[in-house]
Design a protein. Structure first.
Length: 129
């Protein structure tokens, strides 16, 4: 019965709920010799400004992003990234051209994650031998 209650708790917190699953993964993955790595540099538009694009068209904007009230899903954009800001140029859905500069803060919106083999193998080392 304890296993079922753990499963119910996991479902309630992480699937149906809004608990942060990444904290749980960071805690559990080292046991099997893996490490969860957050990458903020490979896609700064997503991670640092909260804009997801596909073929230069906006498909998602994080609601806490400073771009949320200035840009719309479907608009075509290009961007230039510097250490302190992201400059965005684009065409609105009505055909008007726009340009905005968004300063970068500490907020992280849509980071990219990857798994990395840890130097400490833990259970993975025992399993592989």
């Amino acid at each position: 019965m304890e296993d079922q209650s753990e499963l119910d708790s996991f479902y309630k917190n992480f699937i149906a709920g809004k608990s942060n699953i990444f904290e749980k993964l960071e805690q559990l993955l080292p046991v099997i010799g893996l490490e969860l790595v957050q990458d903020l540099e490979s896609n700064p538009l997503e991670s640092k400004l909260g804009i997801v694009t596909l073929k230069n068209k906006i498909i998602k904007i994080h609601p806490k992003s400073p771009a949320y009230h200035r840009l719309m899903i479907g608009e075509e954009i290009t961007f230039n990234f510097t250490e302190k800001s992201i400059a965005i140029q684009g065409i609105q859905l009505n055909g008007n051209v726009f340009s905005f500069i968004f300063p970068l803060g500490e907020e992280v919106y849509f980071p990219t994650y990857s798994l990395k083999l840890s130097s400490k193998m833990g259970l993975r080392e025992k399993w592989m031998s």
